[in-house]
Design a protein around this ligand. Structure first.
Ligand SMILES: [Zn+2]
Ligand SMILES: [Zn+2]
Length: 353
């Protein structure tokens, strides 16, 4: 593998020379591309970054000649070379190849890139700050509703803002238990939702009729700002921990209940529940109490009482599994047992205790 990669690196260098030569022509313009990078990424099937790396390496060959030699002899890889070329462009006359090459020989390309940013900052803090400011200027986030009601999120954050978001999401995106088979994208998605409403459901306002909450045949869906009609199982989940504001309408569309009734798990009842359970009670899940909803084992809509004996803590995902996912929770002497719906993929978790 090492030898094959070395041959690939040599070919990438050759490709870079051609790319730089091509970028100096206006052939790409004649063909209707906006930039040489655009032409290369479409015609050579590359990402924008990869096409940019090739042109950078090809056009800075003279400035990074010692690094090119080091790559040809297998001391560093093409990825190091790309960082070297980009750094040379960014630092101009202050570029010190010898010093950087020494470092490149010792560290991985990822680490080298990271260190190259420190280097850029050290030779020209002002230019580095201006680049960072440009990145902030490029920030954008678009939220649009797909035809199926889903939310499409697309955007770019500056490095510092992005790091703040990652810091908030990463702990929430860890696997919750041994049975957690969600991939990382799904865990990030759940983490974002949990960040928005987990533990402190805040201001979700759902409007639904009693028939919808009861899941009666013929009932319309619930309504929620920014969403399409919400299914009755989802309304039941949101209504389950009544810290969520809800408005129920009777048949004449009169508001009959604006949450905050004795079904609310609040004050002493919530503190007692949090102290008793400590974390999500799904077998093996340890999501802390602050990130959990209170769940009525027998829903209040079916006359279940809002008292400790009928309440347990569940994290966002496991609360979803119980309501929308069709799982059943049974309290036994040994603890809580989760029973899979009849149609399920993957193994069922064991009981705790
Ligand atoms: Zn519930
Ligand atoms: Zn859980």
């Amino acid at each position: 593998m090492v030898e094959v990669q070395r041959q690939i690196d040599v070919l990438l260098l050759e490709h870079s020379r051609l790319a730089a030569e091509f970028a100096r022509t206006d052939h790409w313009d004649d063909e209707g591309s906006n930039t040489a990078i655009d032409w290369i990424r479409f015609n050579c099937n590359l990402t924008e970054k990869a096409a940019g790396d090739r042109i950078a390496v090809g056009s800075r060959q003279a400035e990074i000649a010692a690094s090119v030699k080091a790559m040809e002899s297998g001391e560093i890889g093409f990825s190091h070379l790309a960082v070297m070329a980009r750094t040379s462009i960014a630092t101009g006359p202050r570029f010190d190849e010898g010093r950087l090459l020494e470092l490149a020989r010792k560290v991985s390309p990822g680490k080298f890139y990271y260190e190259s940013l420190h280097y850029r900052h050290s030779v020209d803090a002002k230019a580095y700050a201006a680049e960072q400011a440009d990145l902030v200027e490029n920030r954008h986030l678009s939220l649009s509703r797909g035809e199926d009601g889903g939310l499409l999120i697309n955007g770019v954050l500056d490095p510092v803002g992005g790091a703040a978001v990652r810091t908030a999401l990463e702990p929430l995106a860890r696997r919750t238990a041994w049975d957690d088979d969600r991939n990382v994208e799904k865990r990030y998605a759940d983490a974002l939702v949990e960040l928005a409403c987990g533990g402190r459901p805040g201001n979700l306002q759902v409007t639904a009729s009693i028939e919808t909450v009861k899941g009666l045949a013929g009932a319309v869906g619930g309504e929620m700002e920014f969403s399409l009609p919400v299914s009755s199982t989802t309304v039941q989940r949101i209504a389950c921990d009544c810290s969520v504001m809800r408005v129920l309408l009777d048949q004449e569309s009169v508001v009959v209940d604006v949450g905050r009734s004795k079904r609310v798990i609040s004050g002493p009842a919530r503190r007692a529940l949090m102290a008793r359970d400590g974390h999500c009670q799904w077998p093996d899940c340890e999501r802390p109490a602050s990130k959990c909803d209170g769940h009525h084992l027998v829903h209040w809509i079916n006359a279940g009482r809002t008292e400790l004996g009928n309440l347990i803590l569940l994290c966002h995902r496991h609360h979803w599994l119980v309501h929308e996912g069709g799982w059943q929770l049974v309290k036994t002497q040994e603890g809580v047992r989760a029973i899979a719906p009849t149609r399920v993929f993957g193994p069922a978790p064991p009981s705790t205790g």
